[in-house]
Design a protein around this ligand. Structure first.
Ligand code: NAP
Length: 285
């Protein structure tokens, strides 16, 4: 039951109507019997600053931030946690004593989606496809956790070069067009291959990722950040070539769980969050 004591968390994005985060967080609050509610808030870009002031004025305890506001919201916040500074984007806000503090839980969420499956990162060689916001979070997390070598492949070599310049202190990071020989060479060596592009989502199903499956290290683990559909063509090919595969649902749950823990100081009920997500994805997909 919602009363005047109920703590409110919002999701700021535009649009927000397809987000599964309200379901995931409200199921988690309910499982722990916490008097919290999570509500989607569609905020047009021109109103972003007013929306941040509104969260404070209306006593929200926090928020998630999604596309297209993850970078644009940063100047409106009172403080940035190191996680947000490193990734250059905010996906979680905590409101404490009337101050909005921006965090980023995507990087650690991706890492925990690997470590929760007993996959170690230190010393590994990773190939990333794509150089957008999600790739930046993934690469930040991997660098923080002692990765050995990173190869960033994109459709546009210039973009992969711009991307690697975001990590001036990282030693073993290279970027190129994913049709180049050096990309194929990296596939042969890699321990983990990650798709950080939207290729495989329904709106992008006319394109396929250019992977030479004969060359890819046979023991490489293959991840897709996409979770809807749960099995993209990329993961289907990978699985048919004998690779262990997983989709982005683990990252979605882990980044959400970390945000939940910032707002509530309670351990998030990850299995409940994953369960409700799985159920709703099967209804969509
Ligand atoms: P983004 O910032 O827009 O970056 C997308 C990247 O993919 C860019 O490098 C872009 O290259 C490339 N790309 C897009 N369309 C392409 C195409 N048709 N052919 C080749 N390259 C293409 O997006 P993002 O926020 O990083 O998100 C990427 C994916 O990760 C999305 O599917 C998103 O749903 C998913 N994601 C999942 C989670 C999770 O929790 N599981 C979290 C965040 C994101 P150009 O620069 O050349 O356009």
């Amino acid at each position: 039951m919602i009363t005047g004591k109920t703590k409110i968390v919002g999701l700021i994005g535009y649009p927000v109507d397809h987000s599964l985060s309200p379901l995931m967080h409200n199921a988690a609050f309910s499982a722990l019997k916490l008097d919290y509610i999570y509500i989607p808030l569609a905020v047009e870009p021109d109103h972003l600053g007013q929306a941040v002031e509104g969260l404070k004025a209306m006593g929200f305890v926090g928020a998630n931030v999604t596309i297209p506001h993850k970078v644009a919201i940063m100047p409106y916040l009172d403080e940035l946690d190191r996680s947000a500074e490193l990734v250059g984007a905010v996906n979680t806000i905590v409101i404490r004593n009337g101050r909005c503090i921006g965090y980023n839980t995507d990087a650690q969420g991706f890492i925990q989606s690997l470590t929760s499956r007993n996959i170690t990162i230190k010393g590994k060689k990773v190939v990333i496809m794509g150089a957008g916001g999600a790739a930046r979070a993934v690469v930040c997390g991997l660098i923080e956790h002692g990765i050995d070598q990173l190869m960033i492949g994109t459709r546009d070599a210039g973009k992969s070069q711009e991307f690697i310049e975001l990590f001036p202190t990282a030693i073993n990071i290279l970027g190129c067009n994913w049709q180049e020989k050096m990309f194929t060479d990296a596939l042969a060596q890699c321990d983990i291959l990650v798709n950080c592009t939207p290729i495989g989502m329904s709106a992008h199903n006319e394109v396929t990722l250019p992977i030479n499956w004969q060359v890819l290290n046979p023991s490489a683990i293959v991840c897709d950040l996409i979770y809807n559909p749960p099995m993209t063509q990329f993961l289907t090919y990978a699985e048919s070539h004998g690779h262990i595969v997983f989709n982005g649902a683990g990252m979605l749950v882990e980044q959400g769980a970390l945000a939940f823990e910032l707002w509530t100081d309670q351990i998030a009920p990850r299995s409940i969050m994953l369960g409700i997500l799985g159920f709703n994805l099967s209804k969509i997909g």
